[in-house]
Structure formats: C-alpha cells, structure tokens
Design a protein around this ligand. Structure first.
Ligand code: DG2
Length: 248
C-alpha cells in the first residue's frame, strides 16, 4: 500500500516568514508553481489516486486542486477535515519568525517550533481568531476540541486518530490516497509512521510541495519512504524551512 503526503506550496505567509498556524492564507505565486511541479513529478512517477484528504485551510486545498488539475483528476472525491489543519500556533500567529528569534532568542523559537510538548502562548478566548467563534468551524459540534494553541503533541493527538479511523480503513479497502496538508500536521504523521522519538522528530522539516511517498506492508509496517525530488533540491528546501527560525 502506498500513501502520498504533500505539504502545500509556499504560502503568502511562508514567503513573509510569519507564524501561520490556522491563519487561512493563500498560496504565493511560487507556491502555485511548486504545486504544479509536484503534480508533474507525481504524473512522471506514474501515481494515480482514488481518494484525497486535505485540511480546512486554503493553502492545502489549493495545492491539492493544482495536483489534481495536473493529473486530470479534478473529479476525484476530496474529504476535508480540520483534524488535518496545521498545528495551531496560538498567539505567535502573525509574528515574524526571525524577528521573534531576535527578540526571544533562537533557542526559544526552536522550542516553540520544534519541541514536542511545549505549547506557544494561547490565543485569548475573545480573540477574533478563536476558531470556536469562526464561521469556518461552525459545523464542529464539540467546540471545546478546537484549540487556542498546540504543541506537536496535541497535533499528533488529533491527526493520528483521524488517520486511524478515517484514512487507514480506506487504504485497507484498496483506495490510493493523497493527503495535502501542512508542515506540522504531516510531521505528526511522519512521527507516527516511523515511530520517531520526541528528539528525533525535532530534526524533521517537511519541504513545501514535494510529494512524500510511504509504502506499507499489509500489517501497516513501513517498508520505505521517499521524496519525489533529487537530494540536492530536497536538502536545500529542508534547510530553508529549518533556517526560518534564525535571527537575521
Ligand atoms: C507553518 C509551519 O505551517 O511553520 O504555521 O508557520 O506548513 O502551514 O506553512 P505551514 C506555520 P514551522 O513550524 O515550520 O515554523
């Protein structure tokens, strides 16, 4: 069984190096091109899909749309869930990552970005960005489950059960699946699939719009995983993500 994960292309806020989280920003022009390129890579490698999953955020939705357009598969069913949203970055959302590193230190920013269990400061209940009061999440019945901040640990606690209950059974039924999501919601899945420790996952940075393929045996043991990109390009993109938290 194969599963394709893809982080969205560069967003307008990735371009400005702002903590984004649940802020619903568009892809940049470069991000759209990256998504088109990812689609070409998938086509060239012979991938096809039966079912797609994405978050409630337009940078992931539009990336998936570009991928499906390039594959001539716009008619495929797409399931959206907030459980695949980016990790909620709390009150850091909207702040510049480099400026925050200059103000609080690179070490603190690394803790906020990559530690497993440290949550950034939470949004206030009355903040207009509180997802519990936003239109976008109006159909969510148990509003208390919508976060005001999250560490990767809380992200794992919603992404992994969603994968287990919704996506895995579809794979077991033979469906070929692509998930278009985010840097940290995908890190949650990578940690789970590869059984990485809290320390090991700290060093994992997911590049924008490079398809990441996981192959599983029938017991859901990972046989291998690989990116559809050459090593040089991949390393450059991963380092760029890691370096976003450096003070300039
Ligand atoms: C980025 C990830 O999320 O940021 O929320 O700022 O994948 O939706 O662009 P994405 C954000 P880092 O954890 O890499 O700083």
């Amino acid at each position: 069984m194969k599963l394709v994960l893809i982080r969205h292309g560069e967003s307008e806020w990735n371009k400005l190096n702002l903590f984004t989280g649940w802020t619903d920003v568009e892809l940049s022009e470069k991000g759209v091109d990256e998504a088109k390129e990812a689609s070409r890579q998938l086509k060239e490698a012979g991938f096809d899909f039966d079912l797609c999953y994405t978050s409630y955020l337009k940078r992931a939705i539009h990336t998936l749309n570009e991928v499906l357009l390039g594959l001539d598969r716009e008619w495929l069913p797409v399931k959206k869930s907030w459980k695949l949203n980016e990790r909620h970055y709390g009150a850091l959302q909207g702040l510049n990552k480099s400026e925050t590193a200059a103000k609080y230190g690179e070490e603190q920013v690394k803790i906020w970005r990559r530690s497993y269990a440290v949550m950034p400061p939470a949004l206030e209940e009355q903040d207009e960005r509180n997802p519990r009061t936003q239109e976008q999440y109006r159909e969510v019945e148990d509003k208390e489950t919508l976060p005001l901040t999250e560490s990767l640990k809380e992200t794992v606690a919603r992404v992994v059960p969603y994968f287990e209950s919704e996506i895995k059974p579809q794979m077991q039924a033979g469906k070929r699946i692509v998930i278009a999501a985010h840097g940290n919601s995908l890190r949650a899945l990578v940690k789970y699939f590869d059984n990485l420790s809290e320390d090991e996952i700290m060093g994992v940075n997911i590049p924008t719009a490079v398809p990441l393929v996981y192959e599983f045996d029938n017991d859901f043991k990972v046989l291998k995983h690989y990116y559809l990109a050459n090593e040089e390009e991949l390393n450059a993109k991963m380092n760029a993500v890691a370096n976003q938290g450096k003070a300039k």
